[in-house]
Design a protein around this ligand. Sequence first.
Ligand code: SF4
Ligand code: FES
Length: 236
Amino acid sequence: MSDELTVTVDGTELRVASGTTILQAAKRAQSWIPTLCFDDRQAPFGACRVCMVAVEGAPKPLPACTTPCRDGMVIDTHDATSRRVATAVVELVLSELPNAPEPHTELAQIADRLDVTESRWPGEIHHEGHDFRHPYLAFQHELCISCGRCVRACDEVQGAFALTATGRGFHSNITAGLNAGFEDSSCVSCGACADTCPTDAITEITLLDGVVPQRSRNGSEGGRAKFRKRRRIASE
Ligand code: SF4
Ligand code: FES
């Protein structure tokens, strides 16, 4: 049996290997699908529902990041219902933040591309909560959208298991170690969490305006971080 499949994405027919997801096939067909909880360095999580697409014969939109292609699948990434879902999710996520995300962040760029300028859902917003105890990494809890990418980066990419998802719903967030901050956790300062964070809830401390790098517990200068955000490098 051939391990290749034929799929059609937005009218473009292509051959893909068995196991290819709709998102991967769409990338090959140069069709854009918005994503929030996805990072191609991590196993797909399928939590945010921003990546919905229409598949011919399917009763409702399917998440592109976790759905494998089937032979003969006909995929529509421009489907109006799917885009409405994506737009609503992004609006909802933005409505919980005290400030608009910085323009360079993935969340801001997705909102821009989906033409989301303001939320229709004013309501409770996250309270400011900052953790600047680590010499390299800053945590701005109010910007966390609970996508889980930092936890998966820490577990899957680095194997450090320093971060944990906490709470539920509106109160969900991320904590390091036993909430004593990165510095007292098993964090190895690799920066994988900051690199993947789509909102800068975790970011390199030296990139924050007005934040002076702190001294580490052994008294050495915090200094420059060992890493740089991939997206920042691309835009520099
Ligand atoms: S800190 Fe960033 S990467 Fe981690 S869950 Fe929150 S928004 Fe996602
Ligand atoms: S990117 Fe597919 S569900 Fe989040």
